[in-house]
Design a binder for this molecule. Structure first.
Ligand code: ZN
Length: 629
């Protein structure tokens, strides 16, 4: 209902606006962004836009590519002022679309001046709309610092942008530079969509690491911005592994579709943490010491492989319904199980193939995923995988509590199981001659014409898979995407010669994750995911703790009469295996204490993969590097 209302509004706005730019639509829009006050959390914009007299509609980008949601941070736009020939021009906001502004350009005005400020939020939640500037660095997402005339596809509007940075700061971006004078950088004119797709990271502490493999003609680099000099200290092994990653993508896809690639990696505890893909770069932001602390490093090691894969799967090839022509057009997200799901599958593979993960770490992660979408996710019984994709714009904002029953953005990790199954079916149907790698070379290959977009449909996808291995792919996906079975789809794991078992030995990957997140994961024993102070993050609705009355938001105070610590809980679980006494948890619910009695004697329980020797080991082959390292 809301979507159709927006569409009507946009159609009307564009009908009015198209004639207004008229003859002057070919002249570039000038955009000057002044980030010299970034440490003070304010960015200044000045635009000069060719216009003709009459009504004009301008938009602030709303649906942000890669974020799959209408989350353009319009709340942070302040100090808006329009003028022509030095005189202020009044404006009014659209009553149905808060991202749209209406003006009447007076006679005699041919250039519109636009000024506004973007104020940086403090909150580190969300994606690019979250905190993006600290005392020492900033990430400029151009969509936050511009307005554009409605009625023109983003690829048809040419923008000539410049950026002023604090004195002495260095920067990195995929956007070609025309010239630099002191702290002012002028970029070559680019289409609006290329500009928005090319963020800039900058900072006082900055380092560029070359990760171009030998013999590779296209340049690849990691541009590091950090809150301290010491945080930039990427060691030679890590540089080698990221260089391997670049080499592995060359072998996997057999083609590149960009002029050069920049991994923009921001290291700070005071910015939002996420990764956002672009065609020739990615905007990835992690904890300050993620490169120098081994635990932090292991925790973020799949991030760059995932974002890099998006250059092919998400940017070069994109579901047609996610290929909006301008930023006010709503996106349909039901194909995110390919856009994000296949990217997650390939990102994990590349993490192992490049040496960033050991094979054992890959398998540990796969076991954890298999468990999460089996006993860890009773929400699968009411909500199929496809609905988590369709509802992405809502689920990205979902909290941790009740995730087991609500579900989250499960189209990422559950799709790892889905695509592993596709791989094992291809292998079975072709008697081991083909794999999903062959599909990658077919679907993402072709000549490098720079950052172009080739949209696809569900039918295009199943047709391409059919060329690799004839099979009822449409029927297969329909079944998997609409299933409400409580069991994880383990056809790929089992078809690859492995099976999931549960033991009392905690995988090292989970130990590391608990240490980084200050958490304790007893999902597969009593069904609790806790912070290490006892706060309940989630309580699985089919498990003993939930049945004993414990839910998310409560806090475990004591275990069998002793003050809660993660260690005390785990010792009690171990003791319970040889005792007939139930586990008693003293729990705080708002201001009330209660004792919950859990008659559980199964001890600790964690998922692992073990070999099923009656079948060949497909994982072993899958994880082998394709490139010579
Ligand atoms: Zn992604």
């Amino acid at each position: 209902m809301i979507i159709s209302r927006c569409r009507t509004c946009i159609a009307l706005a564009f009908a009015v606006a198209t004639g207004t730019l008229g003859l002057r639509a070919q002249s570039p829009i000038r955009l000057e962004v002044d980030a010299t006050q970034a440490p003070q959390q304010i960015i200044h914009t000045h635009m000069s836009m060719p216009v003709s007299p009459g009504p004009l509609t301008l938009c602030y980008p709303k649906w942000i590519p890669g974020e799959h949601a209408p989350d353009g941070p319009i709340i942070n736009l302040t100090g808006l002022q329009f003028s022509g020939n030095g005189k202020v021009i009044p404006w009014r906001r659209d009553l149905l679309d808060m991202f749209t502004f209406h003006l009447e350009i007076p006679k005699g005005v041919s250039v519109l001046d636009v000024k506004f400020d973007y104020v940086e939020p403090e909150a580190t939640s969300g994606f690019t709309a979250g905190a993006s500037a600290t005392d020492k660095l900033v990430v400029i997402s151009w969509n936050q610092d511009l307005l554009y005339p409605a009625g023109h596809p983003a690829q048809d509007l040419i923008v000539s942008a410049s950026l002023k940075l604090p004195e002495g700061w260095k920067f990195g971006t995929a956007l070609p530079v025309a010239r630099q004078e002191g702290n002012r950088v002028e970029f070559k004119p680019a289409s609006l969509n290329r500009l928005v797709d090319s963020p800039v990271s900058a900072g006082q502490y900055y380092r560029v690491v070359d990760v171009t493999p030998s013999g590779e003609p296209i340049h690849h680099e990691i541009d590091l911005a950090a809150d301290s000099e010491g945080a930039l200290d990427m060691n030679a092994e890590l540089q080698r592994d990221y260089t391997n990653l670049v080499a592995e993508t060359g072998k996997l896809f057999g083609a590149r579709h960009y002029r050069g690639y920049h991994f923009l990696l921001t290291l700070s505890d005071h910015v939002a943490h996420f990764g956002l893909e672009h065609h020739e770069s990615d905007d990835s932001r992690v904890d300050e010491f993620s490169l120098v602390d081994s635990g932090q490093r292991l925790n973020m090691v799949t991030l760059l492989p995932h974002e890099f894969v998006h250059s092919w799967n998400g940017k070069f090839r994109r579901p047609r319904d996610l290929s909006a022509a301008y930023y006010e057009e709503p996106m349909k997200t039901d194909m995110l199980w390919v856009y994000e799901g296949l990217t997650e599958y390939l990102g994990d593979l590349l993490t192992a193939r490049s040496g960033l993960w050991t094979r054992d770490e890959y398998r540990q992660n796969l076991a954890l995923v298999a468990a999460r979408y089996g006993p860890g996710r009773p929400g699968r019984t009411w909500r199929p995988l496809l609905d988590t994709a369709a509802d992405a714009q809502v689920l990205y904002e979902g909290p941790a509590e009740w995730e087991n029953w609500r579900r989250g953005v499960d189209f990422y990790d559950e799709s790892v199981l889905l695509w592993l199954e596709v791989n094992s079916i291809i292998s079975r149907e072709t008697h081991g001659k083909k794999s999903l790698d062959d599909f990658c070379r077919l679907f993402y290959g072709g000549p490098n014409d720079g950052p172009e977009l080739k949209p696809y449909t569900f039918q295009d996808l199943v047709d391409a898979l059919g060329k690799i291995a004839p099979y009822d792919w449409a029927g297969f996906f329909h079944e998997r995407l609409n299933s409400t079975s409580p069991d994880a789809p383990l056809g790929g794991v089992e078809g690859s010669g492995w099976k999931v078992t549960y033991t009392s030995i905690e995988p090292s990957l989970l130990q590391n994750s608990e240490a980084v997140h200050n958490a304790i994961d007893e999902t597969y024993s009593i069904g609790l995911l806790l912070k290490d102070d006892g706060s309940v993050e989630d309580s699985v609705v089919t498990k003993p703790a939930y049945q004993a009355g414990i839910s998310a938001g409560m806090k475990v105070i004591a275990v069998n009469g002793r003050q809660f610590t993660p260690q005390v809980l785990r010792l009690a679980l171990r003791a319970g295996t040889t005792s007939k006494e139930p586990l008693r948890l003293l729990v705080l619910n708002d201001e009330y204490y209660k004792t919950c009695t859990i008659d559980y004697h199964g001890g600790e329980s964690y998922p692992h993969l073990v070999r099923e020797t009656s079948r060949p080991d497909l994982l072993d082959n899958l994880l082998k590097p394709l490139a010579a390292h």
